[in-house]
Write a protein that binds this ligand. Structure first.
Ligand code: MN
Length: 240
């Protein structure tokens, strides 16, 4: 049996090819899995569970079907879809996890995270992150009309793109000290995250102990998944 981990699909109406691959993945791979973990940025943007976009409806229905078939689905917020709330969880049956979240996988302690919290070199982003994860801030945003929120999301996305272009690659990657600290603090063997869109498996030396950091890739041009079974964790690409 297998546990599946994915992240950074960045689903949006303008990219039906990603949604198609995801829906097939849910029907084929995930339906035969023990459980599925979605480690953030399932959606490119999320302005509130009340958004009636039909694209979201299709995705929600597919998640519901999977959960109802007996496969638990766990979700962790990313920096794009951090506004996913109880409404979405109730509609789909998914369970929302706090970031980070510790799990035991076949005897190994594993820390799950979206990964943005580890990018501590980006001081400006960490400030924005702190503000936008504040429940009071979120409540004040959700109180606004849907069309205002959609406009704000569009603006935030444009700014984020500009920043991505202007910032050095190093600043946008995880900070090695933050990685070591997290591994130490939570006493884990493996850290599994997404967000950086740089899939890979890294050895991390923590006080002479060899820990591992596994990074999921995005779904822009192919799928990315970690399949975890009794044989261990395997990071794989899934061609479109
Ligand atoms: Mn992200």
């Amino acid at each position: 049996m297998t546990t599946l981990f994915i992240s950074d699909l960045h689903l949006e109406a303008e990219r039906p090819d990603i949604a198609r691959q995801f829906l097939t993945f849910l029907e084929q791979d995930a339906s035969e899995a023990d459980d599925l973990y979605i480690l953030g940025d399932l959606f490119e943007a999320w302005v509130g569970d009340d958004d009636p976009n039909t694209h979201y409806f299709t995705i929600k229905r597919a998640l519901r079907k999977l959960v109802d078939s007996g496969v638990p689905v766990y979700f962790m917020h990313g920096n794009r879809d951090f506004m996913i709330g109880k409404g979405f969880a109730n509609e789909t049956g998914i369970e929302i996890l706090k970031d980070p979240h510790k799990v035991l996988m076949y005897g190994q302690q594993v820390l799950l995270s979206h990964g943005d919290v580890l990018c501590t070199d980006d001081v400006q982003y960490q400030r924005v992150r702190k503000m936008t994860r504040d429940p009071d801030w979120q409540a004040s945003i959700l109180a606004r009309p849907l069309k205002d929120r959609l406009r704000m999301a569009e603006e935030a996305r444009r700014q984020s793109l500009e920043q991505t272009i202007n910032q050095s690659m190093q600043i946008m990657d995880v900070n090695q000290n933050a990685v070591k600290k997290a591994i130490q603090h939570f006493g884990v063997d493996i850290l599994l995250h997404g967000h950086t869109h740089r899939p890979g498996v890294h050895v991390v030396d923590v006080d002479g102990r060899k820990a591992k950091r596994i990074v999921l890739g995005d779904w822009y041009t192919q799928g990315s998944v970690v399949r975890w079974s009794s044989r261990g964790a395997s990071l794989e690409e899934m061609p479109r």
